[in-house]
Design a protein around this ligand. Sequence first.
Ligand code: BGP
Length: 494
Amino acid sequence: DGPICPQTETLSRASFPKGFLFGTASAAFQVEGAVEEACRGPSVWDIYCRKYAFRCSGDNGDVATDFYHRYKEDIKLMKNLNSDAFRLSISWSRIFPHGRKEKGVSKAGVQFYHDLIDELIKNDLTPLVTVFHWDTPSDLEDEYGGFLSQNIVKDFMEYAEFVFNEYGDKVKNWVTFNEPWVFSRAGYDEGKKAPGRCSKYQNEFCDDGRSGYEAYLVSHNLLISHAEAVYIFRNKCEKCKGGKIGIAHSPAWFEPHDFNDAQDGASIERSLDFMMGWHLDTTMFGDYPQRMKDVVGHRLPRFSREQMAKLKNSADFVGINYYSSRFSNYVEKPDPSKPSWMQDALTTWEEKNVFGVSIGSKPTTGALEVYSRGLRKLLKYIKDKYNNPEIVITENGYGEHLEDKDSVELGTKDYNRRIYLMRHLLSLHEAICEDGVNVTSYFHWALTDNFEWQNGYKHRFGLYYIDYKNNLTRHEKESAKYYKHFLSQGTPPS
Ligand code: BGP
């Protein structure tokens, strides 16, 4: 078979296994704009940013980067990078403006994604499509509480089946859900993301209180929806034959808070269970981690036998969004100032932990410090625990806060992002070539700056700078130049 990786003098695409795909990523609400065009219905994010402007830093997705109108220009940027693939998400309410087919299909919305996908393919860019990246149609939220209700399963199945049948002959790589852990925890426990519901945990976002079970319920309904959609993809979609489907998780890697403390060391597994195993064990092994079941008790819903059977092995690949790592430390008692789900991780067990302290070397990516070695360690952990699955790095990127007064020049000299990218590609290379982890593609978050959820437009992740004050002009950053150079060496997959 020969060595896994070619030997090269410097790190470039040529150092990676043949056929490895490199790309960039995006999500509908963060880039599209055009929120009222072609009958698109509102999503929970439109409502959330309007109702609680401060929770979106006073910004919203009305225009975003205007990708809806400028996608051809952005595809040129992808070509300019020498990239091979692009991750996009479909906006549910652009397809079914009111959430359900019987209430109307937007033909123009459906056509938009055809045009976008066709343009990608025409440019030799492989699309990876996320079915749901957090933008629940607002009507479903109003009608029955969105993912809080089991009704969502049937509606998600209908939506997923529709998009599989519509685009399945052109799109061979799919992600059902983006980051369930962030969606349920931030949206239904900490109030930091739409729809902004809070548990008993109080912070600047939360002035109300509910019992801390909603995040578990939401994830439960989401996981069942995932399993049903995968079942449809594999068994009921002729056009989808030969395609692959997965789900994108958002784990950090953990290091012990005190390297000399054995309890801190032991708490790592526990942190990983609550941050990753919650959804990854379930889609690989068919049920929640035992540790979670023991601690959360009756507030963690149970799957039926049939649901477990559908959940087991319900991902052809494991999607990983990796940004940074954290410390895990053992604590004696649950801390009421922490979110409910985090308190749960502490309640009845001897081995207790809490996480949230950052790790690694400065500079920081958002609140998190840069720790590229964590990527390698995480990938090795997944290889060993989950029986060497195929892994796709569905996101990895560096966030940086700029003020309105900051110049384009400052924004494009993103040397920190360039170093972040170099280091993470190196760590990824080590994971593949030295540890034998089966990673098949890498998507950098993000192609361009965009709407960064609660941080709005000031928090930038792009390889290309968006000049929001000047017609949304795109400018190449230093990081883009590096990625382009890296991708220009060696042969892109045909
Ligand atoms: C992920 C989301 C992306 C993007 C990214 C930015 O959680 O899937 O949509 O927003 O994060 O990073 P962060 O949320 O760490 O600022």
